[in-house]
Design a protein around this ligand. Structure first.
Ligand code: RUB
Length: 313
C-alpha cells in the first residue's frame, strides 16, 4: 500500500487523530509521494499531486487546517511551465516553510494560554488536542487538577489523561456525563478546535458544545486553543462546514444483545459551539473573542476580494 493510501486509512480509523496530527501526517504523505513520484510528464505529475491532495483532504471532511496547508502548497506550483524537478523542489520548500510557521504558532499560542491560567486552577478538558496538552504542560506549576472527559465513543480523552499524568499533572478521568458534576470545582474549560467558522462558532469533538453551553451557569470560562490555520475562509461565502458522521459500530456492536437493526444509530464526530459561549480563542496572535478574531482574519486574507482559485482544492 502506498504512503497516501496508508495515511488515509490511518486518518479514517483515527490511528492518526486531532487536527494538527492529521495535517502533519497528510502533508508528510503528500510530500513523500511527490518526491518519490516516477512520473516525468509535467501535466501528469500535477494531476497526480492534485488527486493525492484531494483524497487526503477528504479523508476526514471537518479538517480545514489540512485544507489550508494543501492550498498553500498547491499555490507554490501554480506557475505554468514548471518542470517536474522544479515542482518537487517547490513542494518541498512550501512544506518546510509551513511546518516551521506552524511550529512557531504552536509555541506562541501555548505561551499565551499558559500565561492566562491563574495559580491553583482546576481545569476541564475534552478529547485529545495536542495543543491543549502542550499548553497545560507549560502551565503545570499553576494547575491544581485537570479533569479529562473520556470522550466516547473512541476514548481519546484517555490519551490526554496519560500525557498530562506522565508530565506530572494531577489528573482525574471522568465519563463524559460527569462534566456538570465536576464543573462546580473548575475555573476553565479548555478545548481544541477542528474548525473556526466565519461567525466565530467553533467545531470540535462531539460533546464540546454540551459542556460549553453550561459554562456560564457554572462560572467556568471556555477558551478554545487553536491556531488561525484552522479557520475555514469558505464559510465567509455561505459554505457550511460538514460534520463528519462516523460508523454505527463505534457506538454499539452488532453482537451486543441489545442491538437491533430497527434502532437507528447516529455518530457525529464533532459539534459546533456558539461563539457567544466562548470567552476567547487563544491563537498565535494572542487571545481574542471569536468575532474579533474572524474580523481580523477577514481583513488579513482580503476575503472581500475572494480568490476563488486559491480556495478551490
Ligand atoms: C480531535 C479533536 C481535537 C482537535 C484539535 O478529534 O476534536 O480537539 O482536533 O486537536 P478526533 P489539535 O480525535 O476525532 O480527531 O489541537 O491536536 O489540533
Amino acid at each position: 500500500m502506498d504512503i497516501v493510501k496508508r495515511t488515509i486509512r490511518d486518518i479514517k480509523s483515527l490511528k492518526i487523530q486531532g487536527a494538527s496530527n492529521v495535517r502533519k501526517k497528510a502533508i508528510e504523505a503528500l510530500l513523500v509521494s511527490s518526491l518519490n513520484c516516477k512520473i516525468t510528464n509535467e501535466k501528469e505529475f500535477r494531476q497526480t499531486f492534485l488527486k493525492n491532495s484531494r483524497e487526503l483532504a477528504n479523508a476526514r471532511p471537518t479538517e480545514p487546517e489540512l485544507r489550508t496547508a494543501i492550498r498553500i502548497i498547491k499555490k507554490s506550483i501554480s506557475e505554468k511551465n514548471l518542470s517536474v524537478k522544479e515542482m518537487q523542489e517547490r513542494i518541498n520548500e512550501a512544506v518546510t516553510k509551513y511546518d516551521s510557521n506552524r511550529k512557531i504558532a504552536m509555541e506562541q499560542m501555548t505561551n499565551y494560554g499558559a500565561k492566562l491560567i491563574k495559580p491553583k486552577s482546576t481545569i476541564l478538558t475534552i478529547c485529545h488536542s495536542s495543543t491543549v496538552v502542550k499548553m497545560l504542560i507549560k502551565a503545570k506549576c499553576k494547575i491544581k487538577k485537570v479533569y479529562c472527559c473520556e470522550t466516547r465513543p473512541l476514548y481519546q480523552g484517555r490519551i490526554t489523561a496519560k500525557k498530562l499524568s506522565d508530565a506530572g499533572i494531577n489528573v482525574t478521568l471522568i465519563v463524559d456525563n460527569a462534566a456538570s458534576t465536576v464543573m462546580k470545582e473548575c475555573n476553565y474549560f479548555f478545548s481544541g478546535a477542528d474548525s473556526i467558522l466565519a461567525d466565530g462558532d467553533v467545531i470540535n469533538k462531539i460533546g464540546t458544545n454540551q459542556i460549553s453551553s453550561i459554562c456560564k451557569k457554572y462560572d467556568v470560562l471556555h477558551y478554545v486553543v487553536a491556531s488561525t490555520h484552522k479557520f475555514e475562509p469558505e464559510t465567509f461565502f455561505g459554505k457550511d462546514e460538514i460534520i463528519e458522521q462516523r460508523e454505527t459500530k463505534e457506538v454499539i456492536d452488532v453482537k451486543d444483545k441489545n442491538y437491533s437493526k430497527k434502532i437507528k444509530v447516529i455518530n457525529p464526530a464533532f459539534d459546533r459551539s456558539d461563539s457567544k459561549q466562548i470567552e476567547g480563542i487563544i491563537c498565535e496572535k494572542g487571545i481574542f473573542t471569536p468575532t474579533q478574531l474572524t474580523t481580523m482574519l477577514f481583513n488579513k486574507l482580503e476575503l472581500n476580494k475572494r480568490n476563488k482559485a486559491f480556495l478551490k482544492l
